[in-house]
Design a protein around this ligand. Structure first.
Ligand code: UD1
Length: 319
């Protein structure tokens, strides 16, 4: 199949592209290189440099004969969503509408969408299931959820003369190789690693007792690949987490330990909680297990070691 990966020069998208190519698919990447890097684009993929907000760029990517879309391009920071809500809205919602319109125009029947656990806001119970009401507390959560709804509403349109199959993945805290070491707004695992590699103090927002469900990128890609041509996933939302719960304080200790350091030897400071920060998040992953036979295979310590090796290598002089 020919698959368009929007955001394919970024952390999550480039891993998806690698996995698709390994399965023998043809991959087209659309990315504006705003937070992605051209070096992440696999040599075997076709690259269209452009913004999902630009209908012409989206059409140029679809011109390559696209049969399915992994829609991952987006503004991915809760902090940026509060600083510039219009930017967050345009990238995440208008960008998705452009992709969707092009699917309708060309009868592209399959879209897999990168949604987010931020859609849940503060769930009444944990682990959170996909049936929990969504009440986002960040602007980012609102735009990710809105795009999800546009896609599912379109899939249900009675006036479409073709089947439009949508699957949305509410991703929890994805981490791994190629997550940014330079973006202070995205991905706490590599933010802490980058802090240590640069000799900067580590900053914990709030008391550090907030928890997250960290899921390794290879496991996330595996979930998407299993869903691609599996009808059980059509019209379905899936949580993608590891089903675990790790506090930010523990993450700091584990990260310091990876570098042979501890809080006695390294500065860790606490700053006030930031807006839109969820307190506790853990995914119920039974739906993904049942429908797609998926299991998170990479334990947290293993994933941290893999990410660490990559980060150290990437930061080595001359790298
Ligand atoms: C993250 C992503 C979001 C994604 C979601 C689900 C960001 C900003 N958000 O939300 O795009 O959709 O997971 O996959 O990437 N923290 C610190 N110190 C720091 C950085 C962060 O204490 O230097 C804390 C945060 O306040 C938060 C936790 O660590 O409580 C996790 O932060 P982060 O990795 O940024 O992700 P989320 O906000 O959980």
């Amino acid at each position: 199949m020919t698959i368009l990966v929007t955001g394919g020069a970024g952390f999550i998208g480039s891993h998806m592209a690698d996995h698709l190519l390994a399965r023998g698919h043809r991959v087209v990447i659309l990315d504006n290189l705003c937070t992605g890097f051209e070096e992440n684009v696999p040599a075997a993929a076709e690259f269209v440099k452009g913004d999902v907000r630009d209908p012409g760029a989206v059409a140029a990517a679809f011109d390559k004969g696209v049969e399915a879309v992994f829609h991952i391009a987006g503004q991915a920071s809760t902090i940026v969503s509060f600083d510039d809500p219009a930017e967050d809205l345009s990238v995440n919602v208008t960008g998705t509408l452009n992709v969707m319109n092009e699917c309708i125009r060309r009868r592209v029947t399959r879209v897999l969408y990168a949604s987010s656990m931020t859609a849940y806001g503060v769930p009444a119970k944990l682990p959170v299931t996909e049936d929990e009401p969504v009440r986002p507390i960040s602007y980012y959560g609102i735009t990710k959820e809105a795009a999800e709804r546009y896609l599912f509403a379109t899939a249900g349109r009675v006036d479409l003369d073709f089947d439009f199959h949508v699957t949305a993945f509410r991703m929890f805290n994805v981490y791994g190789e190629r997550q940014s070491l330079d973006n202070p707004y995205q991905g706490v695992v590599t933010i802490f690693m980058a802090n240590i590699l640069k000799g900067e103090p580590i900053t914990i927002f709030s008391d550090g007792e907030q928890t997250r469900d960290f899921v390794y990128i290879g496991d996330v890609a595996d979930a998407w690949l299993r869903a691609l041509d599996n009808p059980a996933s059509y019209g379905t939302v899936y949580n993608v987490g590891a089903g675990g719960s790790i506090s930010i304080n523990r993450l700091v200790d584990v990260t310091l330990d990876c570098f042979g350091k501890s809080r006695e030897t390294y500065e860790v400071r606490y700053l006030p909680e930031r807006p839109g920060d969820q307190r506790h998040m853990t995914a119920d992953i039974s739906r993904l297990r049942t429908d797609l036979g998926w299991e998170p295979r990479v334990p947290f310590d293993d994933g941290m070691q893999r990410t660490l090796r990559w980060a150290v290598n990437k930061s080595a002089p001359g790298a």
